[in-house]
Design a protein around this ligand. Structure first.
Ligand code: PEP
Ligand code: MG
Length: 592
C-alpha cells in the first residue's frame, strides 16, 4: 500500500531503490490480541512468510559460486534447518492458535526464547551462533511484513538500495556509495551535518528526520526518495513512477539550459564581478568544479582524507592528494583548510578524543591540531609543498582567539624554513586565513584581522554556535536559522571589517549555494562565495539577474529589522529586485 513518509530534504535529487534497513534485527511487533476469526488467516500469513524465507535461501544457495561457496552454503543450510525445524514451526503455530498472538509477536517470542538458549551455552562458538537465529528470523520477519505486489518485487530486484537508518557517519558514506547505495533515509540526522554535506558531494539524495521510516519500511520495500521535498514514498504507484521519470527529464533539460552558463561570467547587472568558488571534499569534486566554471576551490575539507582509515595519512600521501588538487585546478586559486576533525567528524585513527561530554564545544578543528603539533606540522608541510604548483591558501578552522592564529603562523613559518633548507621549491609568501565560524572570532575580528591574509565565513557552524542550536539535531530544525538577527549582524560585521581592512572574504557555509540567500549576501557586500560545485550554475544564473547597488541600498534595513517577520519582508524585497536596474551605490557601513 502506498505510503508517504515526511522528512527534510538534506541532499537534493530523487532515487528509486529497495529499502535496506540498518537494524533488520529491530522487531516491529503488533501486540494487539488476535480474534478467533482471524487465527486461520494469521496461520496462513506465517506459513507464507516461512515459505518465502525458505525460497529466498534456496535462491541464494543456487547463486553461490567461487572459493567460499562451500562455507557459505553450510551457513545457508544451517539457516534452512532452523526454518524447517518442526519444534520451531509448531511453536509458532501454537502461539498463534492457542496464545492468540499475531504472527510478528509469535515470531519475536520464538526468537527471544531461542536466543536465550544460545546465550546460556558455555561454548563460545555455539553462543556466537545466536546471530544465525537473528538472521533467519529477520528474514521471516521481512517476508512477513512485505506487502509488495509481484510487479513491485520484479521492479525492486532491478534497482539499487536505499539505506534506511537512524544516522549515518560521514566515514561510512563513501564505502556505502561505492557499494551501490543510491540514497539515504534517516530517522535522525540534519540537513547541515557533515554526512549531508558529503551526500551532496556524492550527489546521493538524502532525507533526514523521517521519524517513521524505520517503523514503517521493511527490507526490500520499493521506495522513491525525494531529496528536494523531503518526502519518501513507499510502494510508489505507476503515477509516482511517472513523476519520477518526469523529474529525470526536467533535470536533464535544466542541466542543458544551465550548461550555457558554464563559461559565462558571474557579474551583477551593474557590473560587480562575483567570484563563485567550489567547496571540495574529494578528488572527484575538482573535475566538477572545473566543468561548472568555478573560480577556484574556496574550501577543501582535508579531514575527509582522514576519515576512512585506521591510520592518519603521512606527509607524502597528503602532499600527493593536495598537489593533484592544485594541478587539477590548472592555476586557479585553491584554499586548503587544515584538519577540522572532531564533533561529528570522528576518525578511526584515534585522533579525536572519545567520550567528550560535548564534542561540538570540545577539541575540534584548530584545537585538535594545536594539541597534536606533529600532526599539524605534517599537514602544513604537505600543503606548503604544493605552493610551487599553483596559488594555494591555508585556512584554519574553528578559530576563537588571535593567539591560535599567531601560533599557526609561527608553525607555518618554521615548516617553510625547514622545507627550504631541505631544498624544496616552495612559494615566497603564503596566505593564511581563518574560518569565522565561532561568534567570538566574528565579534573580535577587528583585533585579529591584521594577523590574517583572508577570511572565510563558515555559516554552518556560526549559526550553530551563535544560536546554541546543534547543527546535527534535526529536532531543532526551525531554530537553526541563518536569518536570525544575531547571525545576520555577525555576517554583516565580518564582511564590513574585511572590506574596511581590504582583506578578501568568502562565505563557504551551505547558504552560499542556496539561491534564497544570494541577493541578501550580495546586499551585505559579499563578492566571493564558495559552494558545492553542482550549485554554481544555479547561483550564477541568479547573480547575473541581480543589481548589487540596489541590494546594498536595501541591506541596512535588514539589519535594522527587529524580528524574523521584519527580516522576511526585507528579504522579499531584495529577491523581488532581481533584474531591476538602478544605480549602484557604495556598500553600507555596517557595525555589530
Ligand atoms: C561551516 O561551518 O560553515 C563550514 C563551511 O565548515 P564545515 O561545514 O566543514 O564545518
Ligand atoms: Mg565549520
Amino acid at each position: 500500500m502506498r505510503l508517504i513518509l515526511e522528512g527534510s530534504g538534506a541532499s537534493r535529487g530523487m532515487a528509486l531503490g529497495r529499502a535496506r534497513l540498518e537494524q533488520p534485527s529491530r522487531f516491529l511487533v503488533d501486540n494487539t490480541p488476535l480474534a478467533q476469526a482471524d487465527v486461520a488467516a494469521e496461520l496462513v500469513r506465517i506459513d507464507n512468510a516461512l515459505a518465502l524465507a525458505r525460497a529466498e535461501l534456496k535462491g541464494l544457495r543456487d547463486k553461490l559460486s567461487g572459493p567460499l561457496a562451500r562455507e557459505v552454503a553450510e551457513f545457508i543450510d544451517a539457516h534452512g534447518l532452523i526454518l524447517a525445524d518442526p519444534e520451531f514451526v509448531n511453536g509458532l503455530h501454537n502461539l498463534i492458535k492457542d496464545g492468540r498472538f499475531r504472527a510478528s509477536a509469535a515470531l519475536k517470542m520464538q526468537r527471544d526464547s531461542l536466543v536465550a538458549v544460545f546465550e546460556a551455552m558455555d561454548d563460545p562458538y555455539l553462543r556466537s551462533r545466536r546471530e544465525d537465529i537473528e538472521h533467519v528470523i529477520g528474514r521471516v520477519q521481512g517476508a512477513l511484513s512485505r506487502e509488495s505486489s509481484v510487479e513491485e518485487r520484479k521492479l525492486a530486484s532491478r534497482v539499487g538500495e536505499i539505506l534506511v537508518s537512524d544516522t549515518v557517519a560521514p566515514a561510512e558514506l563513501v564505502p556505502l556509495a561505492e557499494h551501490g547505495v543510491l540514497g539515504f533515509i534517516l530517522t535522525g540526522g540534519s540537513t547541515l551535518s557533515h554526512s549531508a554535506i558529503l551526500a551532496r558531494s556524492l550527489r546521493l539524495p538524502m532525507v533526514v528526520g523521517s521519524h517513521q521510516a524505520l517503523a514503517h519500511l521493511r527490507d526490500g520495500d520499493l521506495v522513491l526518495i525525494d531529496g528536494d521535498s523531503g518526502n519518501v514514498i513507499a510502494h510508489p504507484t505507476a503515477q509516482d513512477l511517472a513523476s519520477y521519470r518526469q523529474w529525470q527529464r526536467d533535470v536533464a533539460q535544466q542541466d542543458k539550459r544551465r550548461a550555457r552558463l558554464r563559461d559565462a561570467e558571474t557579474r551583477t547587472l551593474d557590473g560587480i564581478e562575483i567570484h563563485l568558488h567550489a567547496n571540495a571534499e574529494m578528488a572527484a569534486d575538482v573535475a566538477r568544479a572545473r566543468s561548472f566554471g568555478a573560480a577556484g576551490i574556496g574550501l577543501f575539507r582535508t579531514e575527509f582524507l582522514f576519515l576512512q582509515r585506521r591510520d592518519a595519512p603521512g606527509e607524502e600521501e597528503q602532499f600527493l592528494a593536495y598537489r593533484d588538487l592544485v594541478l587539477g585546478m590548472g592555476g586557479l586559486p585553491v584554499t586548503i583548510r587544515t584538519l577540522d576533525l572532531g564533533a561529528d567528524k570522528a576518525d578511526s585513527a584515534g585522533l579525536v578524543l572519545e567520550d567528550e561530554p560535548n564534542p561540538a564545544l570540545g577539541v575540534r578543528g584548530v584545537r585538535l591540531s594545536l594539541r597534536n603539533p606533529q600532526l599539524m606540522r605534517t599537514q602544513l608541510r604537505a600543503i606548503l609543498r604544493t605552493t610551487g604548483y599553483g596559488p594555494v591558501r591555508i585556512l584554519v578552522p574553528m578559530v576563537s582567539a588571535v593567539e591560535e592564529v599567531i601560533t599557526i603562523r609561527r608553525m607555518v613559518d618554521e615548516c617553510a624554513t625547514q622545507l627550504r633548507k631541505e631544498g624544496q621549491q616552495i612559494a615566497e609568501h603564503f596566505e593564511l586565513g581563518a574560518m569565522i565560524e565561532v561568534p567570538a572570532a566574528a565579534i573580535a575580528l577587528t583585533s585579529m584581522i591584521r594577523q590574517l591574509d583572508f577570511v572565510a565565513i563558515g555559516t554552518n557552524d556560526l549559526v550553530q554556535y551563535t544560536l546554541a542550536v546543534d547543527r546535527n539535531n534535526n529536532e531543532l530544525g526551525e531554530l537553526y536559522d541563518p536569518l536570525h538577527p544575531a547571525v545576520l549582524r555577525l555576517i554583516a560585521h565580518t564582511i564590513a571589517v574585511c572590506r574596511r581592512n581590504r582583506r578578501p572574504v568568502t562565505l563557504c557555509g551551505e547558504i552560499a549555494g542556496d539561491v534564497y540567500f544570494t541577493a541578501m549576501l550580495i546586499g551585505l557586500g559579499l563578492t566571493e562565495f564558495s559552494m558545492h560545485p553542482g550549485l554554481i550554475l544555479e547561483v550564477r544564473e541568479v547573480v547575473n539577474a541581480l543589481h548589487a547597488g540596489e541590494l546594498r541600498k536595501i541591506a541596512p534595513r535588514l539589519l535594522r529589522a527587529t524580528d524574523r517577520a521584519g527580516i522576511d519582508a526585507v528579504m522579499h524585497r531584495m529577491r523581488a529586485r532581481m533584474s531591476a536596474v538602478e544605480n549602484a551605490v557604495a556598500a553600507p557601513a555596517i557595525d555589530c
